[in-house]
Design a protein around this ligand. Structure first.
Ligand code: MN
Length: 211
């Protein structure tokens, strides 16, 4: 994802009613048009006056937070992560049903998890088990192996040297209108919305190659 300063809110890659009944129009309007937009605005504000930050891509910033001036570092972690994670989340969903992992991603899933079902179990455990707000991610390491990690707040696995392939947002704003407190039901629904075509591209993306 070529995200760089000045940041803009990407369009939702499908219509607001496309993911019904798993995610309703209200959820997508609030989540994309309000929450995601606020991270974009706050990230632009955070980077005002920092030319070294503005010259980098968002992936470069998040992959090396130590290089961000200390007075802006937390704000870049939070707002930069908020922009990157939301871009990944929305692109990782699709109204097309029934797709499966393909190509190199399918082989890596088999090697790393044994089966798609085993991935589902691990991902659900991470997503439901994340205490408070955060995410569960499917990530690739520098050798091509896949694993599941969870992060708090808007922390992005890029900052741990891991390449994010897919994520499920488990902040309450992602599901409360449709599921109230039933996070596990939302995560179950998320599995049926996964855009495996996008995930396969992410898996093979050059990106920055984690160490
Ligand atoms: Mn969110």
């Amino acid at each position: 994802m070529d995200l760089r300063y000045p940041y803009r809110l990407p369009d939702l890659p499908y219509s607001y009613d496309a993911l019904k009944p798993i995610l309703g129009e209200g959820t997508l309007h609030f989540h994309h048009d309000k929450h995601f937009k606020t991270y974009v605005e706050n990230l632009n504000n955070t980077l005002q006056g920092c030319e070294s930050c503005q010259a980098k891509t968002l992936e470069e910033l998040l992959s090396d937070l130590e290089a961000v001036p200390i007075d802006r570092r937390d704000a870049v972690r939070n707002n930069g992560g908020g922009v990157y994670n939301h871009a990944l989340y929305f692109c990782g969903l699709t109204p097309r049903r029934g797709s499966r992992p393909t190509g190199a991603l399918a082989q890596a899933m088999e090697r790393s998890f044994g089966s798609l079902e085993s991935f589902r179990v691990q991902m659900k455990q991470a997503a439901v088990g994340q205490f408070g707000s955060g995410y569960a991610f499917l990530v690739r390491d520098g050798k091509g192996a896949l694993s599941v990690v969870k992060t708090a707040n808007q922390d992005c696995p890029l900052s741990q040297g891991l390449w994010p392939v897919l994520c499920v947002d488990v902040w309450e704003h992602a599901y409360y209108l449709d599921y109230q407190n039933r996070r596990a039901d939302y995560v179950e629904g998320w599995f049926s919305l996964i855009n495996w075509e996008f995930a396969a591209q992410r898996y093979e993306a050059d990106g920055q190659s984690p160490a």
